[in-house]
Design a protein around this ligand. Sequence first.
Ligand SMILES: NC(=O)c1ccc[n+]([C@@H]2O[C@H](COP(=O)([O-])OP(=O)(O)OC[C@H]3O[C@@H](n4cnc5c(N)ncnc54)[C@H](OP(=O)(O)O)[C@@H]3O)[C@@H](O)[C@H]2O)c1
Length: 355
Amino acid sequence: MSEERLKVALVGASGYGGGELLRLLLNHPKVEVSIAVSRRLAGEYVFRTHPNLRSRTNLRFSPMELDNIMNETDLVFFSTPHGVSKDLVPKVLESGIKVIDLSADFRLRNPEDYPRWYGWEHPCPDVLKKAVYGIPELHREEIQDANLVACPGCLALSGILELVPIAKAGIIEKEKIIVDSKIGSSGSGESPSPSTHHPERSGVVRPYMPAGHRHTAEIEQELNLFGGEGHKVGLSAHAVDIVRGILSTAHVFPLEPIEMKSLWKVYRGAYRDEPFVRLVRDQKGVYRLADPKVVVGSNFCDISFEVDSHLNRVILCSAIDNLVKGAAGSAVQSMNIIHGWEETLGLELMGFHPV
Ligand SMILES: NC(=O)c1ccc[n+]([C@@H]2O[C@H](COP(=O)([O-])OP(=O)(O)OC[C@H]3O[C@@H](n4cnc5c(N)ncnc54)[C@H](OP(=O)(O)O)[C@@H]3O)[C@@H](O)[C@H]2O)c1
């Protein structure tokens, strides 16, 4: 007798995060995608919007009908713009259905951070309190029992995974942490804008948010949690001419001069058993350090580090695919953890090369 599959719904299925969730979930041995919501495209075949899924599914987009979703499914993924899920998630949770949210609506622990970073008061701080921040490498045990997982922002995830081990070790200046991130065009979603129009976006290396990026709040939140209060992060974001991928280069300043072998000890200790974090430092070849080109299509986060004794500085680099480890991949990893399945299920993907 075949095992019954978990029925899942996706809200925001027509977007880039939604498309990537579909790619992963249609291949997942324990899941059936029963509803893929698009308000604009209800009734249309999913593969017309996500042509990589042609012949893999005959699913059509469904309209946004929350009652139908709650009757038909066991788990709902929200892959909607910020500000949408906060009004819908409480109702879904009340019906006993679990939620994995890819947006920012439940990421910040302190409700008072929402007016500051997002410009609105959080409407349900009681629900916010119960949300678990969805970085499996750091919150695995809480995710196991979570009803609501708030997946991290993509720049935040790349910064957090490279910085938490060294912050936790307590060996760097807390108040001067610089994260310089480069991101591809899919990071801004499927809706076009003047700055994402091809003639304007093609060929760019464009600083679009040198200071004040919202993901700063998430990075500080996690560094304060694991390394004690008082971390100050300066995140600068740049748009670069790739479709997928993030490279975040962090600059931190050790309290005492540090050697590479001590860093290896810290990072091996943190990630030795992690299936999706690779420490990269090769002596030969083109790809000696973390490089987004290598992780595109996969759920890996590659991390490299270097000591600059000239400036008493440690440089950390982390590379992810913003749509996989930075979004849908981490969401599926959390789903696997919640259900007690092998954490790598449906995620055993290697990157493409060349791409
Ligand atoms: N792109 C990334 O690299 C990335 C990485 C990590 C996290 N995220 C986060 O994931 C979420 C989705 O990002 P994305 O890049 O996939 O965005 P996107 O491509 O713009 O897709 C969002 C989808 O949400 C739907 N939607 C919009 N307003 C809605 C509403 N009021 N109710 C229901 N559905 C609504 C839209 O579909 P219809 O109009 O067809 O209904 C749209 O296709 C965002 O919160 C984003 O910040 C994105």
